[in-house]
Ligand binder design. Sequence first.
Ligand code: NAD
Length: 268
Amino acid sequence: MASSGRGRLADKNAVITGAAGGIGLETSILFAKEGANVLMTDIAQEALDKAAAKVKQLVPDAGRVETKLCDVSKEADVQAAVEHLDSWGGLDVIFNNAGIMHGRDDDAINTPEQIWDLTHNINVKGVWYGSKHAVLALRRHGKTKGSVVNTASVVALVGSATPQLAYTASKGAVLAMTRELAIVHAREGFRFNSLCPAPLNTPLLQDWLGDDQAKRHRREVHLPTGRFGEAVEQAHAVVFLASDESSFVNGTDFVVDGGMTKAYVTPE
Ligand code: NAD
């Protein structure tokens, strides 16, 4: 692994949304190690600065590592982030990763409409805006290949008895949207794939579970490995999907779940 000029993502220009923590930060680190130039975006500057400092500390010979505030539910923010790469030679990769799972998200009866709308504005529209401006940028720079990776979730594939209806519906939308984009843009060389993570050790889930052991066990029991995933295990998959190694991988629901969605009864 190495910085600009070498590595599996040598000289690729990438935008990562939700890059201040969790999967987005781990992916920023691996992208930098693999030679990509990375624009890390998120909604809080302080958290972004800390995250970028971590990337630079872990990858001292990284290429460009820059930050930009970007609320993915605002199209102008997403457009500005993508266009930030115009002076670098144009975007090659976007990882539309930002997403929320709101504490008041619930079942069909109890999910407040405003939580539904908030969740969909970030999780669905954010991915649409990122995909749209990636396509425009790839065309603007005359690129014949590009990779868009959109974060969905295993809850887009299997039903959950612990409801989070707005979140689940939003991730189903990400899968369907990504699949269609993959087909529409295939002849331009632009690939679109979804990442479907299982429950992870990231703030998104862990803050929500807190020290509630029963809530935790309710989920862990469904994982054949007996553990939640780590963000870096998702990041490795994103490197593959972003790189030319996956040149014939398009429109997939790329599942990184330790076998969770393939399990009936798990080991005791
Ligand atoms: P995380 O909470 O650690 O990171 C999400 C990041 O998105 C945060 O840095 C947050 O500030 C940012 N964000 C929130 N709202 C935003 C907005 N409007 N615009 C831009 N950025 C915003 O969570 P994570 O686990 O790394 O989640 C990343 C993605 O993975 C999300 O889309 C999430 O739904 C998905 N996912 C997570 C899990 C899990 O168990 N953690 C499982 C499946 C899918």
